[in-house]
Design a protein around this ligand. Structure first.
Ligand SMILES: [Zn+2]
Length: 253
């Protein structure tokens, strides 16, 4: 039985992956979901999954921050050609809070890219790892239009009424180490039932309190913060979150 899974990691931002994985294993992290945020990082996640079979769960996707930089046709073609080796599509999504995303034209390009990638996930019956900020209703609209079966709104800290819609659609949200201090994130985690929450680090995102970048071994920070919010034992929280991650990403227990 896995003790805990880091459900959202950017392995390409972490340096020596074998060392990072060794430290994660040592810390009792029994799998990591390596999302892809670009063609290059998706290819890297797939390559790592080949080297660490059963430990690295690979995602393939293009992050919304890349929406204006990449050739959409090329990106979609890459995902289509390689999605058979991936366990999920992600990290994809919409983020209207970026300075470059103020214009309707930029948002339109973001929606087109996201929709094209979600369509592939739906065709393949794969779950999706979503980045969504200031664009929640448009994200839900894309998911519903393509009838996506499984999805996680990673690091969700949006409105609680939208959380209701996410949960009613059968989707998950994930907790990050920001559960220690972020008011919005804490409110979401207090409100969502434990059986719809995954835990993650979004490594290498900077850890404010520790003044260093995160890595998968730090997922226990998330577990402890979430346990405090829920008034539960960390071991119990880790067990439920692990089960949720296995269910969403269809990992053999
Ligand atoms: Zn991420």
């Amino acid at each position: 039985m896995r003790r805990v899974i880091d459900s959202h990691v950017h392995m390409d931002g972490l340096g020596d992956a074998d060392e990072v994985i060794r430290r994660a294993r040592e810390a009792g992290v029994d799998a990591v979901v390596a999302v892809g945020g670009s063609v290059e990082s998706s290819a890297y996640a797939l390559q790592l999954a080949g080297r660490h079979e059963g430990y690295v769960v690979p995602g393939i996707g293009v992050h919304p921050s890349e929406a204006l930089k990449v050739d959409h046709g090329e990106a979609v073609r890459f995902v289509r050609e390689n999605v058979g080796r991936a366990s999920l599509v992600g990290e994809v999504g919409l983020d209207y809070s970026y300075p470059f995303a103020r214009s309707e034209d930029a948002r339109d390009r973001m929606r087109t890219l996201c929709s094209g990638l979600v369509e592939i996930a739906a065709e393949m019956g794969l779950p999706v790892s979503f980045h969504s900020r200031s664009a929640y209703m448009d994200t839900l609209e894309i998911l519903r239009r393509h009838d996506v079966q499984g999805a996680v709104f990673h690091w969700y800290d949006g409105p609680l009424d939208t959380l209701r819609l996410i949960l009613d659609s059968g989707y998950y949200v994930s907790a990050t180490p920001a559960a220690e201090y972020s008011k919005g994130h804490r409110a979401v985690l207090a409100d969502a039932p434990m059986d719809r929450i995954l835990v993650e680090t979004d490594s290498p995102v900077h850890l404010r309190r520790l003044g260093r970048r995160s890595e998968p071994a730090d997922v226990w920070l998330t577990v402890h913060a979430l346990a405090e919010i829920k008034g539960m034992e960390p071991g119990e929280v880790a067990g439920i979150a692990t089960h949720n991650t296995e269910t969403l990403f269809r990992l053999a227990p």
